[in-house]
Design a protein around this ligand. Sequence first.
Ligand code: ZN
Length: 237
Amino acid sequence: MQKAALVLLSGGQDSATCLAWALARFERVETIGFDYAQRRKVEVDGRLGFIAALRQRFPRWGAKLGSDHRVEMGELAQLAGTALTPEAAARLAAKGLPENFVPGRNLIFFTHAAAVAYRRDMQVLVGGMCETDYSAYPDGRDDTLKALQVALSLGMDHPVTIETPLMWLDKAATWQLAHELGGDALVQLIREETNSCYLGERSKLFDWGRGCGLCPACGLRASGWQAWQASRAAQTG
Ligand code: ZN
């Protein structure tokens, strides 16, 4: 039986839901976060607030929740600053990706996480990647992560499983999953203590949570919330 999982926790809605998912399934859960220049500082700082509130409001989960690991990733900024050849710049532009995009970032994160998991005797890595998002990058796709799971297991000579519970869910279904896992209390916690806004705006609290209310990430989160509310109203109505 697999007993321990390491959750890649960014501080956003998706990874926070994944942490609850893991706590409902595994006997021991730890978290890992990556600090780098492009990272929204508010999201990184928000991770600790979310963990503390989760421990307080869900003591049965708090008892299973172990260390939080933070990995400094200054080299990502360096990679993002590597000069682009004209061909590479054109390729990024054709895919609609920004010039500071670091290809394969999730591969780097999972490889670091697998090394920590090995040392902490955890068999499962959990991430909030999702193919239904407009922002689904190739390094977070199901096929990529299944291939990476094989590569990590071979490279570490030890079984590694990558779980992505949100891979085929839309944002409404992600809210529904949170509700199934922890009821209104967990939905409330995710509303108040997670942040997905591109601008890192935390001062405004909407029905769907904190954010600027205008950027694409806030739009996605808001429309998912509204779709979930509508489906609940239809069920009870
Ligand atoms: Zn926003």
